[in-house]
Design a protein around this ligand. Sequence first.
Ligand SMILES: [Fe+2]
Ligand SMILES: [Fe+2]
Length: 190
Amino acid sequence: MNENLRAFVKEKLKHHQHRYLHICGVEEVAVELAKIYDVSIEKASIAALTHDLLKYDTIEEQIKWLDQKTVEKFRHIPVMYHAYSAAIYIQKELGIQDTDIINAVRYHVWGRPNMTTLEKIIYVADFAEPNRNFEEAKITRNLAKTDLDLALVYAMKSSMDYLIEKGINPSIDQYEAFQYYEEVTRGKIK
Ligand SMILES: [Fe+2]
Ligand SMILES: [Fe+2]
């Protein structure tokens, strides 16, 4: 399944082997979670394979896919461009028109309130794939097998804590997504 797409991704990232391995790890976790949560395995695989496709394109190349409003919004956080540009690129260059896949790619870095199950799966898989060798990834992976929302909120909190530790303020969008899922999981967190 998706072998042509996999070959395309591998070729595009041929000078970034570690990123290709990360993508394969994301796909593995995403497919596993798709089976548990009854989401299309095909969609989970496509979203995982394409989510970081433009990660190593130059900023100029990335922003050429974006509208001015998006370019302005992330001017000071250019790492966000790769997600938003990949969401457009897969539509225009790869003919992927499935809104759920497109949004899973677009929101994979910070998440957002009221995500679909596929969006949650890609967010969690990106954070927790087996090549991520920190403890929180392992914890998230285990949580995700029984409660996707708990895994999501745990991963969001860990990402924000990591930024704060490095002296970087998480964005308002990140807080908003986190608070939304904190509310959703209220009472479940021990
Ligand atoms: Fe990414
Ligand atoms: Fe990623």
